[in-house]
Structures are given as structure tokens and as C-alpha cells.
Design a protein around this ligand. Sequence first.
Ligand SMILES: [Zn+2]
Ligand SMILES: [Zn+2]
Length: 336
Amino acid sequence: MKALVLNGPKDLEVRDFPQPALADDGVKIAVHYCGLCGTDMHKYNGRAGSRKVIYPVPLGHEISGIVEAVGKNVTDFKVGDRVTADPNWSCGKCFYCRKGMINMCENGRGVVKGMAEYVCPPQENVYHLPDELSLRDASMVEPLSCVLHGLKQLDVKLGDSVLILGLGAIGTMMLEVLAKTKSGPIIVVETQEAKRETALKLGADLFVNPLNEDVNETIRKAGIKNVDRLIECVGAKVTMENIIHYAGKCATIVMFGVGDDANPPLYYSYEAFQKELTIKNSFVNPHTSQMAIDMLNYGVVKVDDFLAGVISLEEMAEEIRNPNLSRKGKVIARIR
Ligand SMILES: [Zn+2]
Ligand SMILES: [Zn+2]
């Protein structure tokens, strides 16, 4: 089959790749769309994604498609069904799974390598799509499911002020969900001035550009006394450092962006101590895929609000080598 294959760090090509085997409990999906994730960029640059990379491997894990065949033990799916798949498989049997921490599964593995013509995940990872939800939009179920886990970690309480750092595709999804449930002000901190209008249109109360203004001063001038909940959606050293400075007293920070162990942020421990901060992380998407499907279907999150382009696999290879569209928002590969 045709796939966008990572042979090794910075070694990417569209080429023929063996089709994954269909297990008795597996579902063979003809992939229609696959989103480009920040972790795909990390993998291209020789870093790990959510897990270690084993070469050669097709990139991508944010898919939608149509069932092409099913294993002999599969009862809930049939040829022609419109589906998406959760790429994170967990065993259900290990210590962590039995404690409900399925994202910490000791036997966990990725079961979708989606920038390819076919994937064959186990049936428990496959989800039916509502008729009204387009396949293009359904490829965003996986990133949204991760966003929803991040928002669970953020645990916004009534009246809390919330700060979103970074308005890429992930930050925009965070904003769309938070804006629908808010009872306090939402602040977006973002260096691309062009995103100011989108932020305000989608429900942010304040847009702050740290290149032009002092973030804390602007927040105070807007009458927001304390920033209670903050979510970091960039994963850069500087943003992961600065978010501690933006946090208010007794605030909770979720580091959603994936950091780089080779270039870790400075941890301002004394400032964190004085403010009594709670700093959390968010790892993949336990039990949030169905919720993500529903939110896309209900229009809580609208893909057009953060989509930068739908391109071919060949164009995707070029995009990963020389990022352009992905700087503006989400890029999705159309496979067929
Ligand atoms: Zn992803
Ligand atoms: Zn397990």
C-alpha cells in the first residue's frame, strides 16, 4: 500500500509499505483522512511521540475512513461502515488498566499508523460515526479526545478565569470547548497577531500578544485579578517557562504541549512555591473518544475554525520537511 513512511530521523518518503495484518478481532479501515499531529513533527526530527518510535513507520494517527474488511470475531462492524479509531490500545488486564489508568497501560501500544491506505486496529479501538459527521471532520476525533482529557485535568471550576497559551489547532479546540462552558473570563496568549480576531470570535475575552505587551500587566488592566487555570498548548521551552509567571495564586497549570527532554524548561520552583501552584500533565486520551465524536457532531467544536488545509500525501511529506500551513493551523492529508 501507499504510505508516508518515516525511515529514520529526517528521512521521509511516500512509498510502498506492507499492509498491516488483519487479526481475528481486527477491523481493516480504508483511510480517507489523516491529520498531522505535532508529535509527527517531533518524530520526523528524531524525537519520541507519545511513545518511542520504531523505524520504519508510517506517520499519522488521526484517522477516519470506511471499513474494508473485518476479522472473523468482529460483530459490531461491517464492510462499508464509516468509522474512526483511537490509536492508543490498552490491554485491560495489567495493574494500571485494572486501576482505571488505561493511558498508563504496561502493554499499551499505538495501533494506527494512519498516513497510509489501510490501518487494522483491534475492534475495541474502532468507533462508529454519526451520518451527519463528515469523514474530514471525523479525522479530528483523536486530537479532540486528547484535548478533552487535558480539559479534565484542567478541572475548571465555576467562576474560574482560564488562560490558554498558544492558539494552534489544539489551543483553538480548547477555546471552543471552554467558551461553551465558561463562567469566568478566558484569556488567550498567542504571538500570531492574525489569530486575535479568531480568538475573540470564538469566545475569548482577552487576547494578549506577548511580543507587544506585558502579559500580566494587560491581564490586570483588563480587570482580571487572578488567573486560576492555565493550559500550555505549545510545548516550547519558553512558553513552558513563562506560564508559571502568568499563573495566579493557587492556580492550576496543565502542561499539554509535549516538551523536549533534550531541552527542558527551567522550573521556577520558588515562584511556584509562593503561589502554591498545582502543575499537571496530560497524556493521551483515556475514555474521551466517544465524547469527542459527540462534540464534533453537535458542533461544539468546528473543524473549519482551525483547519489550515487538506492536502495530498506527497504535499504532506513536503509540509513536514518545510512547515508552512501547519504554522497556521491543522493540516489534514486526504488519502483517497
Ligand atoms: Zn495526535
Ligand atoms: Zn494494560
